[in-house]
Design a protein around this ligand. Structure first.
Ligand SMILES: Cc1ncc(COP(=O)(O)O)c(C=O)c1O
Length: 427
């Protein structure tokens, strides 16, 4: 190789490297608020508490309620609201009114006592089997017109637990309504064979004074989650679920005819799977909670008609320019030189929530700097056009725990704050 070809060769290589690097370099992902978030920012700066808050958009919530109602009507079913996923009595009351349902699914003794007092005409099904001591506490603390012997169904999973609840009923001199948890494929416990079911139904029929059979619950979220194809198509999974559910129903109907009646609660589904149950007429109701607010983990094909209706809003406390790391100091400019999305830095009020930045577009937390629950660093490009005291909006990844972290929920409609709703007290 002569000197000239060597020079040309290395020039070509450098050009290739520079070209390659340019391809790898992150593009500017930033853009300012959409009109929707611009209005919310204006409202919150004028009337908000200027601390992290959880917003519920009632226009969007209404849309989600209506989508669920249409499906439930098509399937000829009732709707049960999942209280832990909508953990505010005011929020639940709002949804229950629009959806015209009194059915709640509860998962936590303190919330259950609260529901029984706040919603005296509710029909409540437990969503998990509670330790019998927890059930006993419910009865000790219960006050008001709600009648547990008619309006409450305990969810029980094994003959052993049923025996414990029988002792509780005998001690209290009352009758407990028992709904049996079925394992329809989730493998999170519940009755999975006829022998167990037989033992439970036998115990119930032999103790009619203290136990009443009230139905079945089979929860199947996996039907609407994950990538179809890897675990089987959603349709194939659904058919398996229904084959198991139907098998248990037929067994009970044939072998315990005296326990069977048309008023039983045959509960199924959850947010990811409720739509597919339009196809079957065995179950009497579906449970839905999270889909009404649609946090990010519920961006699922089965919920494509649902819209996000819940956001965290929190003020920017400081705006400090290009990213600047402790110890690296001046050398930090390498990061902002390389990545336009690190040319603006904001410290927000609070942080480190189970949530993803939503607006302005292109914001991201900084793992290298570290997460903070006090004042979290968020970076973006200058195109996000954020100023101190503007709000950063985030979408929670789930609802049940995150909604309890911000004090009262702020309900907004048409970009204006219209109501505040306290959340449940955890205990
Ligand atoms: C028994 C049961 N049913 C239904 C649901 C559905 O809740 P969501 O609609 O909030 O996903 C759950 C959630 O954990 C559950 O455990």
């Amino acid at each position: 190789m002569n000197r000239r070809t060597f020079m040309l060769g290395s020039a070509g290589m450098s050009a290739l490297l520079i070209g390659g690097a340019a391809l790898l370099r992150p593009g500017d992902r930033g853009s300012p608020y959409s009109e929707y978030f611009r209005m919310l920012n204006k409202e919150l700066k004028a009337y908000g508490p200027m601390r992290p808050v959880m917003l519920i958009d009632l226009d969007r919530l209404d849309q989600n309620i209506d989508v669920v109602l249409q499906s439930v009507r098509r399937g000829g079913k009732h709707l049960r609201l999942v209280e832990k996923s909508l953990p505010s009595p005011g929020l639940l009351a709002y949804i229950a009114k629009r959806a015209d349902t009194r059915r709640l699914m509860s998962f936590h003794q303190p919330f259950l006592n609260h529901d029984a007092q706040t919603f005296p005409s509710a029909d409540i099904l437990l969503g998990k089997p509670l330790p019998v001591r927890s059930a006993e506490l419910f009865y000790q603390r219960h006050k008001g017109a709600f009648d547990p012997s008619k309006q409450l169904q305990w969810l029980l999973d094994t003959p052993q637990r049923l025996q414990q609840y029988l002792s509780l009923a005998q001690g209290l001199g009352t009758r407990l309504r028992v709904n049996i948890e079925l394992d329809v494929g989730l493998h999170r416990g519940g009755v999975s064979d006829k022998e167990q079911l037989n033992q439970m139904l036998t115990l119930i029929s032999a103790n009619g004074q203290h136990l009443e059979f009230s139905g079945f619950m089979g929860y199947d979220p996996f039907v609407g989650m994950g990538v179809p194809g890897i675990l089987g198509s959603h349709q194939a999974l659904f058919e398996k679920v229904m084959a198991i559910y139907t098998g248990h129903v037929n067994y009970a109907r044939e072998n315990f005819a005296s326990l069977w009646n048309d008023g039983l609660t045959l509960n199924t589904a959850g947010s990811p799977s409720y739509r597919i149950h339009e196809q079957e007429h065995l179950s009497s109701e579906v449970s839905v909670g999270t889909a009404l607010l649609k946090p990010t983990h519920y961006d699922l094909p089965s919920l494509s008609e649902h819209v996000p209706a819940v956001y965290i809003a929190t003020p920017v406390i400081k705006s400090t320019g290009p990213v600047n790391f402790p110890a690296l100091d001046g050398k930090s400019s390498l990061f902002s030189w390389w990545d336009p999305n690190q040319r603006a830095t904001f410290f927000i009020y609070g942080g480190n929530w189970m949530a993803e930045p939503e607006s302005p577009k292109g914001l991201q937390s900084n793992e290298l700097y570290g997460r903070s629950s006090n004042q979290e660093m968020i970076n973006g490009s200058p195109a996000v056009a954020l100023n101190v005291e503007d709000q950063v909006f985030l979408r929670p990844t789930q609802t049940e725990f995150v909604l309890l972290q911000f004090g009262d929920l702020l309900a907004v409609r048409g970009g204006k704050i219209v109501e505040t709703w306290p959340v449940y007290d955890q205990g």
